[in-house]
Design a binder for this molecule. Structure first.
Ligand code: SAH
Ligand code: ZN
Ligand code: ZN
Ligand code: ZN
Ligand code: ZN
Length: 429
């Protein structure tokens, strides 16, 4: 249900556990769901702590002061006035439209002027990215990847896209929707409230995906619910690209609630099906995601970004992106571009990257990072090409790794530094 207490400006806090070394049970505390940096949100409270009236009042005051200057409805009205202005009067101050009457007040700030209608259709490019803040890390899809996603979605026959933290995809759909013959619609759920200056309340909901919080309350929740209702067979898919530093558990719990919302929109319960989902996330989170969503599988497609210094492909050829698509759709339906080197493995029944070789022993295409992996008979699995089997650790690792250290002493020889299973005295007998 709707929480009656809002702990911080980003909605209800989440319960965390602080574990100290050696202790089994940690002390539990509430902290902001989205900001892991105490500089960004200072909300903190021990689970068993009694909060005084004065502190509650101070908290409410703080939350009031950290609300956006205008409501979504006000922003929509402002936008209507803004589009009517002549080009030379279209001014954006970092994060916000300025109407002519407000210019004076903000004259010492940095402005962007002469905003064209093409720019207005591409807010993700126009708005100053919030990439410095861990909380709002905004990494925009490269055009190629965004186009690929959209083609894939439409090719699969979807007509509605719930875009959770994918403003770039949302705007691509929005701008195509003004053309003929394009029947796909999108609803953006995002924590970046600046989008309320571009989209109506039917196109954007201010939403926190770490605690499934709709800032717009029941009305916004209803907008989302209506959008998820598939009338006349207009199939819905959810596409999400959360910040990678986010807590997988919190994200999974929110996504389950969105999936439940979809399920509840139809009495028959969609024949026990799940709402189709694309969760875009780095491959090294595979086991975490599968833990929460056993029906998901990871696709080999490498999602590329524009403003991601680390992951974008440079001039000297393509740098590998670690970001993948996790989906509950049948893998064979996810067709990857052959011209980018992907091929179909008939045994695995899915598209794989060119370097991904089918391993006869594992009976699957085992590479996670696109490079050709090798099978280790001792580990009984495929490992990265740069790894070697270390006798000491009893597993594969980089050649120059430091062998696994444990604080406890070995049960067999009583010495520290290794476990019973890897005791050197055993390997000689
Ligand atoms: N690649 C995507 C953008 C991903 S960046 C695209 O090009 O469309 C992550 C997005 O998630 C950003 O839009 C950011 O504003 C949003 N976001 C970050 N934290 C969030 C939260 N707690 N709740 C909802 N959205 C969040
Ligand atoms: Zn295979
Ligand atoms: Zn193998
Ligand atoms: Zn090995
Ligand atoms: Zn080792």
């Amino acid at each position: 249900g709707v929480p009656c207490v809002i702990d911080c400006p980003l909605g209800p806090a989440l319960l965390f556990v602080k574990t100290s070394q050696g202790k089994e049970e940690g002390r539990r505390f509430y902290a902001c769901s989205a900001c892991r940096d105490r500089k960004d949100c200072n909300f903190f409270q021990w689970e068993d702590e009694k909060v005084s009236e004065t502190r509650l009042a101070a908290r409410e005051e703080y939350n009031r002061n950290h609300q956006p200057p205008f409501t979504h409805r006000q922003n929509v009205e402002r936008y209507k006035n803004f589009v009517l202005l002549p080009l030379s009067k279209k001014v954006l101050e970092f994060h916000q439209w300025l109407l002519p009457a407000e210019w004076e007040k903000h004259s010492d700030h940095q402005f962007l002027c002469d905003i064209s209608s093409a720019q207005l259709k591409s807010p993700s490019q126009l708005l100053y990215p919030l990439e410095n803040k861990k909380t709002n890390a905004q990494y925009l899809f490269a055009d190629r990847s965004c186009q690929f996603l959209l083609d894939l979605i439409t090719g699969l026959g979807f007509r509605r896209v719930l875009s959770v933290g994918t403003p770039r995809l949302h705007e691509m759909i929005q701008s195509k929707a003004s053309q003929e013959d394009f029947r796909v619609r999108s609803l953006l759920l995002d924590i970046d409230f600046r989008y309320s200056q571009f989209y109506t309340e039917d196109e954007f909901c201010h939403y926190n995906m770490f605690n499934h919080y709709f800032f717009g309350g029941e009305a916004a929740r209803e907008t989302c619910r209506k959008f998820l209702y598939q009338d006349s067979g207009e199939r819905v898919i959810m596409v999400t690209d959360p910040p990678f530093g986010g807590l997988v558990e919190a994200l999974a719990s929110s996504f389950k609630k969105l999936m439940a919302m979809w399920k509840d929109t139809e009495k028959e319960g969609h024949n026990n099906q799940e709402m189709p989902v694309f969760w875009i996330f780095p491959y090294f989170f595979e086991s975490r995601i599968l833990e929460f969503f056993p029906s998901f599988s990871m696709m080999d497609y490498q999602v590329d970004y524009d403003n991601h210094a680390l992951y974008k492909h440079g001039k000297t050829g393509r740098r590998q992106s670690p970001v993948r698509i996790f989906t509950n759709l049948t893998p064979s339906m996810i067709v990857l571009p052959v011209e980018e080197g992907y091929r179909f493995c008939t045994i695995c029944q899915r598209y794989v990257s060119s370097g991904n070789q089918h391993c006869e022993i594992c009976n699957s295409c085992t590479s996670k990072d696109g490079r050709r992996w090798k099978h280790c008979v001792l580990c009984k699995k495929c490992v990265k090409p740069s790894w070697f089997h270390c006798k000491n650790c009893n597993c594969c690792a980089l050649q120059n790794h430091t062998c696994e250290k444990t604080d406890a002493v070995c049960f067999v020889c009583g010495k520290a530094g290794h476990k019973r299973s890897t005791c050197p005295s055993l390997s000689h007998t």
